[in-house]
Design a protein around this ligand. Structure first.
Ligand SMILES: Cc1cc2nc3c(=O)[nH]c(=O)nc-3n(C[C@H](O)[C@H](O)[C@H](O)COP(=O)(O)OP(=O)(O)OC[C@H]3O[C@@H](n4cnc5c(N)ncnc54)[C@H](O)[C@@H]3O)c2cc1C
Length: 289
């Protein structure tokens, strides 16, 4: 049986309390949210925090709301809650597409948005979703809050700009007129992505006025595809150009072969899924227009 190394356990009663506990125990402490990533890593001794700060009582971080024209998703919102959120689905159907495909109901009932982003797993779905919609991350430390574009949140695999003494508090996405979609290939239902891509589009007549593309599991730098976005912006929203954008996105990925498939297959999927996500977003735009 795998058991974690010994650790101190504290239950935070507020964000300020959690931050003060992080300060008290120092860099060897970690907050625990859903625990679906951290606890298995502790059991395998890949993580050995000396103190765990439980933030599950912080109901102020568990809300989805619209404030000042932005959709605000608290760090402690569970996957299942984002999946069920009518307001999130209405403005950003990409969230519903992705959440429907993340893990299984057991993981979705417990795993949190903040935990997913802070884990920064290279195959994580929401990193690509939030990169596609150009979300902002609100990070809090004892000196106050700072706001970082999600596209700048990730430093590398399993590493973010959230400091040892800070917490991710909220994700914000300005609400605007757009359509979005997410496409994923997995080996079986509930599995991590072999590859996945998301797109958000705003059209001006036949042309692409704005576009965001997020990609995961294929080594896309910081989970997005700026070269493909640049190619598409201002030009006609045609199938041919979407396919070319998919190829551009795939060229800038760096997939590694593993049990989910060879690198060439994953690169092929990156192109195909980017193209499909763009097409689906366009179809939604045309339906709503
Ligand atoms: C069987 C299984 C299948 C899965 N399939 C998928 C999948 O298909 N797609 C996918 O994207 N994910 C998948 N996951 C991952 C799952 O979504 C994440 O494990 C989970 O949501 C992470 O969130 P958590 O709340 O459990 O984080 P935790 O395990 O509690 O924390 C993860 C890390 O984030 C840190 N952290 C947590 N919250 C904060 C915060 N607010 N501020 C700062 N740091 C924080 C913790 O200290 C820890 O380092 C799967 C997981 C499992 C177990």
């Amino acid at each position: 049986m795998q058991v974690p190394a010994q650790f101190q356990y504290e239950k935070a009663t507020s964000v300020a309390h959690a931050l003060s506990l992080l300060g008290k125990y120092g860099p060897e402490s970690r907050v625990v949210a859903g625990g679906h990533s951290l606890i298995p890593m502790m059991k395998l001794r890949l993580a050995q925090p000396q103190a765990l700060i439980d933030i599950n009582d912080l109901t102020e971080l568990a809300r989805i709301s619209v404030e000042n024209g932005a959709l605000c998703i608290g760090a402690m919102v569970r996957h299942a809650e984002l999946l069920a959120s009518a307001v999130a689905g209405e403005h950003f159907p990409i969230f519903h597409d992705a959440e429907h495909l993340i893990a299984d109901p057991v993981v979705r009932n417990r795993g949190t948005i903040g935990g997913s982003l802070c884990q920064a797993d290279p195959s994580e779905d929401l990193s690509a979703v939030f990169a596609a919609v150009r979300a902002e991350a609100v990070i809090e430390g004892r000196d106050g809050q700072r706001v970082v574009p999600v596209r700048e949140l990730f430093v590398g695999p399993y590493e973010t700009v959230v400091g040892d003494d800070e917490m991710l508090i909220q994700i914000r996405v300005p609400i605007r007129s757009s359509a979005s979609a997410y496409q994923k290939v997995e080996r079986r239902a509930g599995d991590w992505a072999v590859a996945a891509a998301g797109a958000e589009l705003r059209l001006d007549g036949e042309n692409v006025a704005e576009v965001g593309i997020g990609i995961t599991a294929v080594g896309a730098p910081r989970f997005h595809a700026p070269e493909a976005e640049e190619f598409l912006t201002g030009g006609p929203a045609t199938d041919e150009r979407f396919a070319h954008a998919g190829r551009i996105a795939a060229e800038h990925c760096n997939p590694v072969p593993d049990q989910r498939g060879p690198a060439g297959y994953k690169r092929h999927l990156a192109a195909a899924l980017t193209t499909r996500a763009l097409r689906k977003a366009r179809a939604r735009w045309n339906t709503e227009a």
